[in-house]
Design a protein around this ligand. Structure first.
Ligand SMILES: *Cc1c(COP(=O)(O)O)cnc(C)c1O
Length: 360
């Protein structure tokens, strides 16, 4: 019988959300950080128009999409690569730059897919502790060895929601060897744009990549489009690993129109942030801790793993699915995506009732 290669057989599958509501209950998914608000109507219209041309392969150079992104962000189109979600870019850049005997470095509560990408690439995955759910640049720098090839920082982070300043990222870059790649995953970057400028300038040094996605603020997770700003030399190599027609024509047209509609995405981010801060404030009033989030989700820290489990079960009984954090070593926490206003109210009431019962 054919056998999978040893390092593949040893891998745990990527844990996706379990979303089965009890009979008769509507599913309220707060588990995948999908947008609570709809995508740009102009984007949907552009995608629908492109559907008619589906007999043809998509543009392998993502020309229209790259032009739109570069105009909005003031970037060089040739330095942008587009992926089937930023996950494709994370995987391919890891395969490109790290392998057996190399180390991929990240922090304690870093996005789980970094570990998977390292495992697929047969590199060792190393993490350093966070401080109060924040990435520590000092600890990352202390953990660098001669084998470190890639340092991943999701900023803002998932599942913490917290963000370190761009000055800190610049300090991290300055402290790394020239031949170690820094990958800044800004999947939630749009929620923090305007905080303290942009990180795209770091890419010029030739050893940094900045990733973004249409899955979160743009409300287009189903389109599977991510993009990154790459140093030209690395872009050429990573591109060899991408599926040559990785982004469908409908997805390219949709996302090109979405990025141009900045008014829409800015408004969506503002409404989401207001709703998030209200929800987080209400949860804190129950005596639970919630790190300051700069994303479309919050991490709720309960008094104990038992309390988190009781809340999770009570929420599921109402059809509400948050994400359990046991896989991240946070069994007393649940991650809640900011959803519709009414659904957040139901979630708050269920959690308040559990807190009363638990006396926490
Ligand atoms: C959601 C998410 C991604 C993946 O996004 P896709 O573009 O949908 O593949 C990447 N990084 C982080 C930190 C995320 O939360």
């Amino acid at each position: 019988m054919i056998r999978a290669r040893e390092h593949i057989a040893a891998m745990a599958p990527y844990a996706l959300a379990d979303l089965q509501p009890p009979p008769g209950k509507r599913l309220i998914s707060l588990a995948q950080n999908e947008s609570a608000l709809p995508p740009s109507p102009a984007a949907l219209e552009a995608g629908a128009a492109e559907l008619a041309h589906s007999a043809l392969y998509p543009d392998p150079d993502w020309s229209e999409l790259r032009d739109a992104i570069s105009r909005v962000h003031g970037l060089e189109p040739a330095h942008i690569l587009c992926g089937a979600g930023s996950m494709e870019l994370i995987l391919c850049l890891t395969q490109c730059c790290a392998g057996h005997g190399d180390e991929v470095l990240s922090s304690q509560y870093a996005y789980a897919f970094f570990r998977i990408a390292a495992a697929i690439s047969q590199a060792d995955y190393v993490t350093v502790p966070e401080e109060e759910f924040m990435v520590s640049v000092d600890r990352l720098l202390d953990a660098v060895t001669s084998r470190t090839r890639i340092v991943f920082v999701a900023n803002p982070g998932n599942p913490t929601g917290t963000r370190i300043g761009n000055q800190e990222l610049a300090r991290l870059r300055d402290g790394l060897r020239e031949d170690a790649l820094l990958v800044i995953d800004e999947a939630y970057g749009e929620f923090a744009d305007g905080e303290d400028g942009q990180t795209f300038g770091l890419v010029k040094q030739g050893n940094t990549i900045v990733l973004r996605t249409f899955s979160k603020a743009y409300a287009l997770a189903g389109m599977r489009v991510g993009w990154g700003l790459f140093p030209p030399g690395i872009a050429t190599e990573v591109r060899k690993l991408l599926n040559p027609n990785n982004v469908s024509a409908v997805s390219q047209a949709t996302c090109a129109a979405a990025v141009v509609d900045q008014a829409h995405v800015r408004k969506a981010c503002r409404i989401t942030a207001e709703r998030r801060d209200r929800f987080a404030g209400n949860i804190r009033q129950l005596g639970l801790s919630v790190p300051e989030s700069m994303t479309n989700f919050v991490l709720i820290n309960f008094a104990s793993p038992a309390a988190a489990m009781a809340a999770d079960e009570a929420l599921k009984a109402e059809g509400i699915f948050m994400r359990g954090m046991g896989g991240y070593g946070l069994p007393a926490s649940l991650r809640a995506t900011i959803g519709a206003e009414d659904d957040m109210q139901i979630a708050l009431e269920v959690i308040a009732e559990i807190c009363l019962k638990e006396g926490s």
